[in-house]
Design a protein. Structure first.
Length: 224
């Protein structure tokens, strides 16, 4: 049984004033740890649930469900605010734990608001010399796949697209503005956020069946 099917749940749309109050509460938070509790407290106060802070053990209210458009708008604003602290991923995970249920209602839309960029003005990347060799080797591996299998082959496109996606994520600021990149193996990287301590790997996963005398097909995956 889904959340929206549970008996006794109140489907409750928030007013524009309540949405504005929740948004103001989110924007006023000055620490990563206080962001999700403040969001939940403002939301449940608007709903009349009046939770008592702190919300460390709060599991979301079984009493309420809010329209999906408003649920997403609140979550997006909270995650955007979390970018200032490199805590966007943490905020997204915690919000699912504390937010009420949601239900589809095409007649309810969230009031538009300009998206404020909370990210720090610069992203400082520290890349070891071994990691720079790995980045070069990965790019050359994609070139070898294109030469051997053809630039439009599945082998080349799968590898090249996954490598480009991994590099784009490396330069993003979801985990903070201070990042260290190190070599994990000849084609893989270990990425550490020096802002939050979060570590993930950008690892090359070769195909299970090698082709004789060919560069090994495969793709890069972000491993958390």
């Amino acid at each position: 049984m889904s959340d929206t099917e549970l008996a006794g749940r109140v489907h409750r749309a928030l007013t524009d004033g309540e949405m504005a109050a929740i948004a103001a509460a989110i924007e006023a938070v000055g620490t990563a740890g206080g962001l999700v509790p403040a969001t939940a407290y403002a939301l449940y106060t608007a709903l009349g649930d009046h939770p008592r802070p702190p919300l460390a053990d709060h599991r979301g209210s079984a009493r309420f469900a809010i329209p999906e458009a408003q649920w997403l708008a609140i979550a997006e604003r909270c995650i955007a605010r979390a970018e200032a602290f490199g805590a966007g991923v943490h905020a997204a995970l915690e919000l699912r734990r504390v937010m009420p249920a949601r239900y589809p209602d095409p007649g309810i839309t969230a009031p538009p608001h300009p998206r404020k960029d909370h990210r720090p003005p610069a992203h400082e990347l520290s890349v070891t010399r071994e990691a720079t060799d790995t980045i070069t080797a990965a790019s050359r591996h994609c070139e070898r796949l294109a030469h051997f299998f053809g630039p439009d082959s599945d082998e080349h496109l799968a590898a090249a697209r996954s490598w480009q996606c991994g590099l784009s994520r490396l330069f993003a600021m979801a985990f903070g503005a201070h990042t260290r990149v190190e070599r994990a193996d000849p084609l893989s990287l270990t990425v550490t956020s020096e802002t939050t301590g979060f570590v993930y790997g950008l690892h090359f996963r070769p195909a299970l069946v090698p082709v004789d005398d060919a560069p090994r097909p495969g793709r890069w995956l972000s491993v958390y």
